[in-house]
Design a protein around this ligand. Structure first.
Ligand code: AMP
Length: 218
């Protein structure tokens, strides 16, 4: 299966992607995670992109396309894209990659959410510094304050989850990424799912859509 998860920052893409990739045996390709790993390792790419992430701006397309293509090459058995593509240029590059590899996207899922909901979600989001599991101090707190339920490591707040940067990221989303919804709605197998519900409900709905796509039932 080859899946794309679309949605604004904070819609729950990362949380859903982690669970669904485990459930369906797919590679989780999250360009935000790949970029943060480059920054942590202080690679040339990491040094080049750090400022963009800090300011809530999109990293130049060529950098992200190269990172994503490398991961796609390594993930022949199937994948779920989370946070990529984020511009029409990236979507066209993905289409060209797939055409060359004689592959296609089986399903695009758009996780929708209102802006007011997103700001409060993101500013109360915490994630595990080690395994990446995501919590929310308001709606999905860890069992022990500040510690990951799964591995016990410290929870941290992402630098770009401050209110000012969240608002900037949402503006960038509206300008550059929202047009992808129309693009995929017209060109691909596309389903919209309401994101502002308990994570388990959202997972169950998406899992059903993936099953249906796998059985060719859409
Ligand atoms: P995320 O973890 O998906 O919220 O991404 C965090 C940040 O990484 C974004 O605000 C961008 O600065 C950068 N980023 C992640 N994915 C992309 C992408 N596909 N294109 C450009 N920038 C990206």
């Amino acid at each position: 299966m080859r899946l794309v998860l679309l949605g604004c920052p904070g819609a729950g893409k990362g949380t859903q992607a982690r669970i669904l990739c485990g459930q369906f045996g797919l590679a989780h390709i999250a360009t935000g995670d790949l970029l943060r790993a480059e920054i942590d390792k202080k690679t040339d790419v990491g040094l080049q992109v750090a400022d963009y992430l800090r300011k809530g701006m999109l990293v130049p397309d060529d950098v992200v396309i190269q990172l994503a293509a490398k991961k796609l090459d390594e993930s022949k058995a199937g994948w779920l894209l989370d946070g990529f593509p984020r511009t029409l240029e990236q979507a066209h590059a993905l289409d060209a990659y797939l055409r060359k590899a004689s592959q296609k996207i089986d399903l695009v899922v758009y996780l929708s959410m209102r802006e007011g909901e997103v700001v409060s979600r993101l500013t109360s989001r915490r994630s595990c510094s080690k395994c990446g599991q995501v919590f929310n101090v308001a709606t999905r707190p860890p069992k022990v304050e500040g510690k990951c339920d799964a591995c016990g490591a410290d929870l941290v707040q992402r630098e770009d989850d401050s209110e000012a940067t969240v608002r900037k990221r949402l503006m960038v989303y509206e300008d550059l990424t929202q047009p992808l919804v129309a693009y995929y709605r017209n060109e691909h197998e596309f389903q919209q799912v309401e994101g502002a519900r308990p994570a388990e409900q959202v997972t169950a709905e998406i899992a059903g859509l993936i099953e249906a796509a796998r059985n060719g039932k859409h």
